[in-house]
Structures are given as structure tokens and as C-alpha cells.
Design a protein around this ligand. Structure first.
Ligand code: ATP
Length: 253
């Protein structure tokens, strides 16, 4: 039975999509069966994996129960993926029925045993989509930018996780916090790590030993629709993501 892992932070641009794609491709490289679910209506993960987002079944049709989950899965070089579509942005108003928090969990139940890991890229908001992701997940990984503004909004994220644990998914666990675009060489880096450790403790989790450095190769790989491991295997950020995958495996995720 596949483990389900949400990559989440309601702040935009912190590296959720990049981290989802890089670790999913990293786990696949190690021989695991991997599925990604793009729950962000911007469809960046779908695009960067080279998946179709128009004229094909996406997570939108799956959540609306118009297609079977298995029919929406696309096979790409990087990993299998259920793509997203811009229509997802209107879902808050469309889905008003009781039990709407469980739609994704139910949709994934029929394909869970075909995969070792299912990674969910979540939108930059604490919407019904994020609640669906948390309800369907075993773990949450929180990517965080190495700046002081990252503190903002953590209380709301923590509150949402607590509510999902109480009402929808008591076994949900925050696996850890990952510092992204992190520059070890700056004078501020120690201070930022200290702050991130404090946030982690407050959330009842820990800061990962691995950090991800900034590199132009990340954006170049996404633009050329390749995963970072294919695009630039010797790049520093690629090495960082591989050590992160190894750290996750060591932690028994
Ligand atoms: N390690 C990195 N080095 C350089 N650029 C990066 C790195 N990680 C992410 N980026 C770039 O930063 C931008 C935001 O990253 P990403 O899309 O992964 O964040 P996000 O949290 O998913 O954003 P959103 O909230 O909008 O969905 C992208 O242009 C991405 O290419």
C-alpha cells in the first residue's frame, strides 16, 4: 500500500512544486513506483513533467467523479501523474456536499496498492483542496524559504493540520520542514536555521538535515520539461534533493 505524502505550505513560491517533482523523480530513480497528484490549478508540476492538462481527464474530473482514477493517470519519463487543470480553481464553490473533504482519499484508494509512494503537490492556500490532500495523506512535508517572512502564516497552517487531524485524519503526521533556496554561506544562514528549528518544534516536528541550495538549473529543468536528475545530475541542487530522498528513506518514510 503506497504511502501518501503532501508537500504543503500555504505560502506561494516556497518550492512545493519543485520539491514534489524532484523527490518523486528521485524515488523513481531508486526503483520505487511513484505517482504524483497535481492539486494546484496552476498545473506547474504537470507542465514540468510534460503531462497533458487539456482535453484529457485530470484530477478535476476525478474529484467530480466523472472518470475513474486509473483513467486519469499519465505515464511520463519522470513518474506517473494525475495532472491538474485550471478548472480546479473554481472547486471551492462547486464542491459543497457533505464529506467533500474525503473526495481525494476515496479517489486514491483504488490505485494506492499500485504505488510505493504518492506525492501530492498542494496549492498555495488553505482551501478545500489542501484539506483533501491532508485527509488523504500519511505525511506532510513543509518546504520553507530561508527568510524571515516564512514565519508568517505558520499558525494558520498548524491550525488547519490540527483540524484535519481532529475531524478527518487522526494519523496525519508532519514529517518535517525542508529549507529551500538555502545558502549555507551567508552570515544569516545560522540564524535562519535556528528560527526554522523553533518553528519545527512548535509544529511538533523537526527540521531536515538536508537543505536545498538555489540553482538556475532548477528553473531550466522545469522549462525544458525534464526532471532535475535528468537535466543536470551533477548540479548542487540535484545532489541536495538526492540527499533529501536518502534522508527520507533513512527516516523510514
Ligand atoms: N532550489 C531552487 N533554486 C532556484 N530556483 C528555485 C529553486 N526551487 C524553486 N525555484 C524556483 O522558484 C519558483 C517557485 O518554486 P515552486 O513553483 O516550486 O514553488 P511553489 O511553492 O510550488 O509555488 P506556488 O505556491 O506558486 O505553487 C519557481 O520559478 C522555481 O523554478
Amino acid at each position: 500500500m503506497g504511502k501518501v505524502i503532501s508537500i504543503s505550505n500555504q505560502k506561494g513560491g516556497v518550492g512545493k512544486t519543485t520539491t514534489t517533482g524532484a523527490i518523486a523523480a528521485g524515488f523513481k530513480l531508486k526503483g520505487f513506483k511513484v505517482l504524483c497528484v497535481d492539486l494546484d490549478s496552476q498545473s506547474n508540476l504537470s507542465f514540468s513533467a510534460g503531462a497533458e492538462t487539456e482535453d484529457c481527464p485530470t484530477i478535476y474530473e476525478v474529484l467530480k467523479e466523472e472518470v475513474k482514477t486509473s483513467f486519469s493517470i499519465q505515464r511520463t519519463e519522470s513518474f506517473d501523474i494525475i495532472a491538474s487543470n485550471i478548472l480546479l480553481s473554481g472547486i471551492e464553490l462547486e464542491f459543497t456536499q457533505t464529506g467533500r473533504e474525503f473526495l481525494l482519499k476515496e479517489a486514491l484508494s483504488s490505485v494506492k496498492d499500485k504505488y510505493d509512494y504518492i506525492f501530492i503537490d498542494t496549492p498555495p492556500a488553505l482551501s478545500i483542496l489542501t484539506v483533501n490532500a491532508f485527509t488523504a495523506s500519511d505525511y506532510i512535508i513543509i518546504p520553507m524559504l530561508s527568510d524571515i517572512f516564512s514565519l508568517q502564516g505558520i499558525a494558520q497552517l498548524s491550525e488547519t493540520i490540527k483540524r484535519v487531524k481532529t475531524y478527518c485524519n487522526p494519523n496525519l503526521k508532519i514529517e518535517g520542514i525542508l529549507l529551500t533556496k538555502f545558502n549555507k554561506r551567508t552570515i544569516l544562514s545560522k540564524e535562519i536555521k535556528g528560527t526554522a528549528e523553533l518553528i519545527a518544534t512548535e509544529l511538533g516536528t523537526s527540521l531536515y538535515k538536508s537543505t536545498i541550495r538555489a540553482s538556475v538549473a532548477v528553473m531550466e529543468a522545469q522549462t525544458s520539461q525534464q526532471n532535475i536528475h535528468q537535466y543536470s545530475p551533477k548540479n548542487g541542487a540535484t545532489e541536495d534533493y538526492l540527499s533529501f530522498v536518502n534522508e527520507l528513506i533513512k527516516r523510514g518514510i
